[in-house]
Design a binder for this molecule. Structure first.
Ligand code: HEM
Length: 84
């Protein structure tokens, strides 16, 4: 539930940039994208470009019409906050 979500800084997000531990931020929300990598229609390599980063721009460049909130609801980790 919402009470278990974390506040995640950019420096924390950056740590999660490996295939088996990949987080990415979209529109201020941080998702664990690892379970979705194998299912991404654009391929694992493309999605990994957003690992450990704010992927909002890349996401909107490729498919702004895709509803990430809906698709990755179960993978929501928390909210991106500024570093200090
Ligand atoms: C295709 C979901 C992140 C690159 C797609 C499609 C979905 C999807 C549903 C099929 C869209 C369609 O055919 O209309 C997602 C989700 C993401 C994500 C849920 C976030 C976790 C990204 C990122 C990139 C990317 C960050 C780029 C770095 C692509 C590309 C395609 C694609 C290039 C087109 C594949 C093709 O038609 O050949 N993605 N995507 N995606 N995605 Fe993503």
């Amino acid at each position: 539930g919402v009470d278990t979500l974390m506040r995640i800084s950019m420096s924390e997000l950056k740590q999660h940039n490996k295939r088996d531990d990949a987080w990415s931020a979209f529109n201020g929300k941080v998702y664990n994208i690892t379970p979705y990598l194998a299912y991404h229609p654009g391929g694992e390599k493309e999605l990994m470009r957003a690992a450990g980063r704010d992927g909002t721009k890349l996401f909107n460049l490729t498919h702004a019409w895709v509803n990430v909130d809906y698709m990755l609801d179960a993978c929501l980790v928390g909210f991106l906050v500024s570093d200090s």
